[in-house]
Design a protein around this ligand. Structure first.
Ligand SMILES: Cc1cc2nc3c(=O)[nH]c(=O)nc-3n(C[C@H](O)[C@H](O)[C@H](O)COP(=O)(O)OP(=O)(O)OC[C@H]3O[C@@H](n4cnc5c(N)ncnc54)[C@H](O)[C@@H]3O)c2cc1C
Length: 497
């Protein structure tokens, strides 16, 4: 049976950040995920905000790892060619009561070491974001935005480049200690049961981290799913938002309140709502919340019209606090009691995306403490590989001259597959070549953004089907949206079409 030094369960932003850190050393490493690709869990369903650190109790894991993650994010994203922008953020008080809470947030931020904070009156806020209503604001210039899918995938690709083995469609169902220092992990795969052995386990299973913990014999924690729903707005409104706008969160709230954020590509997000639910897999959106977000959005952005709402989605927070308690608990990052060959990373809700680089480092140090090995040759960035285009932004965000240069280099940059996002054939091909698990439409979308624009795939999906069918020789009946459970086509309407 295959034996690894370390197996990480979960290929979200946390598991991949840990894998990348550990890939600096001479470990044999595998990452197992039940889904068909990296980042199909919570990591692709969030606001994409790199938080400043004002919201977390001083001295907590969330505060310390947020501050360290924020500080590391810019250079990490540069190394991995991931879009990141330091937009700044305004947290706005709408009443005297909220003003008092805002000052407390500033004090908390100071205790956490958040740089450059500034209180603002309404006139100064109006200069930053014309038309914004509020009595006082707290400006945090270190807040930023990142493409969360691109970050999660780039961490995985970089770990993979340094020898980490990724096993997708491997749902871990049983863990047994076979010797003092060895575990057997059994997974369900489309081909049947599969098993491997490892000296160490790192549990980064997000929403299911408590289930994996229980499989390891650790029963301390329960995760409660708390759903956040969003609306995505058309890029037409890109210029309407200069920075991120948040309300002052309520004292017992389990989220940070409905806010307006931008994606690095220029869409505005309204959300997320905040609702405990029973089903850990239920990422649906509901008409009640959508109506609420619509009316909230129209108040915050008066020029908003119904046709600007292009898509909705939701993400689940893996909360360690039950519904009747609400609020937040700290991240749990610890060795299993009496078994330090198992490390659990549990309850990684917000700011998990921000903290990921720092969690990666912390967990890698914990693992190395138990299983020390030597360093190996390692580079922080990607080498240039012909036909693999890694750029900090999609080609559509480059100037005309830069794009002409790209087309001179490879004419496929001039062949547009996705008209809404102006994604070229060269970028789709690069995404396909970079995938080291099953090829899925969602995987292509998460890597280079076709199917993310106004038409939601109406124009580009048939073109992508054509590429998969032609260049890649994958018959239509095997085209998958996210994996074997979401096959897209059952056959052809007419012969050859
Ligand atoms: C609505 C919302 C908004 C948020 N906004 C922000 C934000 O703006 N900024 C920020 O910093 N953070 C934010 N977060 C938090 C952030 O998204 C998460 O903390 C982070 O993505 C957690 O990553 P993860 O790797 O732990 O989880 P995941 O990405 O879910 O990864 C866990 C992986 O484990 C796999 N897995 C589970 N069970 C098994 C099994 N049995 N076998 C094999 N694999 C398994 C899953 O398939 C999954 O891929 C937000 C979260 C939500 C829900």
């Amino acid at each position: 049976m295959e034996l690894f030094d370390i197996v990480i369960i979960g290929a979200g932003v946390i598991g991949n950040a840990v894998a990348r850190e550990l890939s600096r050393k001479n470990y044999t490493l595998a990452v197992l995920d039940k889904e068909a690709d990296a980042g199909f869990g919570i990591s692709s369903r969030n606001s994409g905000v790199v938080h400043s650190g004002i919201h977390y109790t001083p001295g907590s894991n969330r505060a310390i790892l947020n501050i360290a993650g924020n500080a590391a994010m810019e250079s990490l994203c540069r190394d991995l060619s991931v879009p990141f922008i330091r937009t700044g953020k305004l947290t706005i008080a709408a009443s005297q009561e909220e003003q008092a809470a805002l000052h407390e947030l500033k004090e908390q931020g100071e205790a956490n070491g958040v740089p450059g904070m500034e209180m603002m009156d309404s006139a100064t806020m109006d200069q930053l974001q014309p038309g914004i209503a509020g009595t006082e604001g707290l400006y945090t210039p270190s807040t930023g935005i990142v493409n969360p899918m691109a970050l999660t995938i780039a961490l995985a690709e970089h770990a993979h480049l340094h020898g980490v083995s990724y096993r997708f469609l491997h749902k871990v169902i049983r863990i047994t200690q076979v010797q003092d220092s060895r575990f057997q992990i059994e997974s369900e795969t489309p081909q049947g049961r599969s098993a491997l052995e490892t000296r160490m386990i790192i549990n980064c299973a997000g929403m299911h981290a408590d289930t994996i913990a229980k499989l390891c014999g650790y029963h301390q924690h329960t995760i409660y799913p708390c759903r956040g729903e969003y609306y995505v707005l058309d890029k037409r409104l890109d210029q309407s938002l200069n920075l991120l706008i948040y309300p002052v969160p309520g004292t017992h709230s389990s989220g940070l309140g409905i806010h307006l954020t931008k994606t690095v590509e220029g869409n505005i997000l309204i959300g997320p709502s905040n609702e405990y639910i029973a089903d850990r897999m239920d990422c649906s959106t509901t008409s009640e919340i959508m109506e609420m977000l619509k009316s909230e959005g129209k108040t915050l952005l008066p020029t908003l019209v119904t046709s600007d709402f292009i898509r909705s989605f939701s993400g689940l927070r893996p909360k360690l606090t039950p519904p009747d308690v609400g609020g937040f608990d700290d991240f749990v990052i610890r060795y299993q009691p009496a078994c330090d060959s198992v490390i659990h990373v549990l309850g990684i809700e917000s700011p998990g995306l921000t903290a990921a680089p720092a969690i990666g480092k912390k967990v890698a140090e914990m693992a190395h403490h138990i299983l020390p090995v030597s360093e190996k040759p390692w580079r922080p960035d990607f080498p240039d590989i012909p036909g693999i285009y890694r750029r900090p932004y999609p080609a559509s965000m480059y100037s005309l001259d830069e794009r002409k240069a790209l087309v001179d280099q490879d004419p496929d940059f001039g062949s547009i597959i996705c008209r809404c996002e102006e994604i070229s054939l060269a970028e789709v091909r690069s995404a396909l070549k970079r995938m080291f698990g099953p090829l899925t439409y969602a995987g292509i979308k998460n890597r280079c953004r076709p199917m993310s624009g106004r038409c939601q795939g109406g124009f580009c999906m048939p073109r992508i089907a054509h590429i998969l069918n032609g260049e890649w020789g994958i018959p239509h009946e095997n085209h998958m949206l996210k994996g074997p459970d979401s096959v897209l086509y059952t056959g052809l309407l007419r012969d050859g079409e």
